[in-house]
Write a protein that binds this ligand. Structure first.
Ligand code: GLU
Length: 412
């Protein structure tokens, strides 16, 4: 099922449960603005190539829209629209004063030089400049984009506006108004959510056997923090495949190995497994932290983990979600589990607007407090209403936007 269709299917399930006026539900089905731009750049060969770029602002009822920019060959308008909608629910659930957006460029970053990526990012920024800004729409990193990408966006925006604007993007390098803790923020949030979900399932982090799909920014940071609590990371993977060691993989060593541009398959003392095998491994916690649509109706009944913490956006399809729920698997939904990134983005934006920067300890404390509080609200609601945690999280997020929309009214 295409990703947008599956997000809308979940939306309809939630809409059925929520007793909201039809008008609000109808409005939230559609993005407020969708921007498609052509991005011509000169390649290193001298040839000019045109790429497709997207920025979708799904909803801005609660504040400026917020969400990442991804570079990937599969990026298309429907995917970005679905991800923008998830950002609206995520920001609302986390009680941030933001709406949801997402952007991306259809490209293959692995075969592009750094100079080509710079030209691509700068031209894209100039094409969408009228739609972004600290009070309008605030991009951030996502798949295959990073602090350097954000620095180019911030610089291009600032040069064209004629003044330096720190708050136009988040996930920037520290020296440009970035925040301590932002880079590992999503992974740290995932780690807190593993801790909370272990607690409600009567388990301890120590000795917990964990499999992680995806060893990028999110998966590797979560793995490192979990190892620090003596959890055992028994398997990890990337798009090429995975590795397994039932006694636990040496994560510090693996992070260093990957930094040296070596293949994870060449890491010592591991067995090679496929991504499909990783998802159905015998383990306590499964962390899908790569891309959408990984746990489907074809493998959901084979998943052996009792807890799933969704580091990626949309890794579980609605059919798979139903199967997992019926089997009693505890799923911590993406909009809660991976919200650490956008919560620290919010801290970064607040610091930028105030030109006053916080200490790392304070950032970790505030993140933990926010995520644990919301985890508990979602968990209590799911217990009270006998619904799964995804349904509870979506209901909390959507009803917050609906309430604001109702009070604001329809104008003009
Ligand atoms: N790309 C991240 C997400 O999917 C972070 C977005 C942000 O910080 O604005 O939540």
């Amino acid at each position: 099922m295409p990703f947008l269709k599956s997000v809308l299917k979940q939306y309809d399930l939630v809409a059925d449960k929520l007793e909201l006026s039809g008008n609000v539900l109808e409005r939230l089905r559609y993005p407020k603005r969708s921007l498609l731009v052509s991005i011509p750049i000169e390649m290193d060969s001298g040839a000019v190539k045109v790429f497709k770029g997207f920025r979708v602002q799904h909803d801005i009822t609660l504040g400026p829209s917020k969400g990442g920019i991804r570079y990937h060959p599969n990026v298309n308008l429907e995917e970005v629209t679905a991800l923008a909608m998830l950002m609206s629910w995520k920001c609302a659930l986390m009680q941030l004063p933001y709406g949801g957006a997402k952007g991306g460029i259809c490209c293959t970053p692995a075969v592009m030089s750094i100079k080509e990526k710079e030209r691509l990012t700068r031209r894209f920024t100039s094409e969408i400049i009228w739609a972004i800004g600290p009070e309008e729409d605030i991009p951030a990193p996502d798949m295959n984009t990073n602090m350097q990408t954000m620095a180019w966006m911030m610089d291009t925006y600032s040069m064209l506006k004629g003044h330096t604007s720190l708050g136009v993007v988040t996930g920037k390098p520290l020296v440009l108004g970035g925040s301590l803790g932002r880079e590992e923020g999503t992974g740290r949030g995932v780690y807190y959510m593993v801790e909370e979900s272990a607690k409600i399932n009567g388990k301890d982090l120590k000795g917990l056997r964990i499999a992680i799909q995806g060893f990028g920014n999110v998966g590797s940071a979560a793995a490192r923090l979990l190892c620090g609590q003596e959890s055992k990371i028994i398997a990890v993977s990337n798009s090429k495949g995975g590795i397994y060691n039932e006694n636990g993989i040496d994560i510090g060593g693996l992070i260093q190995h990957v930094k040296e541009n070596k293949e994870i398959a060449d890491f010592p003392d591991v067995e090679i497994i496929t991504n499909e095998e990783l998802l159905t491994l015998d383990c306590d916690v499964l962390i899908p932290a790569s891309i959408e649509g990984q746990i489907t109706r074809y493998n959901a009944d084979k998943v052996k983990a009792g807890i799933i913490v969704e580091g990626a956006n949309g890794p579980t399809t609605p059919e798979a979600d139903r199967i997992l729920s019926e089997r009693g698997v505890c799923v911590i939904p993406d909009i809660l589990a991976n919200s650490g990134g956008v919560v620290i983005s919010y801290f970064e934006w607040v610091q930028d607007l105030q030109f006053y920067f916080w200490k790392e300890k304070e950032i970790h404390q505030r993140l933990k407090e926010i995520m644990s509080d919301i985890f508990n609200s979602v968990y209590s609601m799911s217990q009270e209403k006998k619904i799964n945690m995804r349904m509870a999280a979506w209901m909390l997020g959507i009803s917050r936007i609906a309430e604001a929309q109702k009070i604001r009214g329809l104008y003009p």
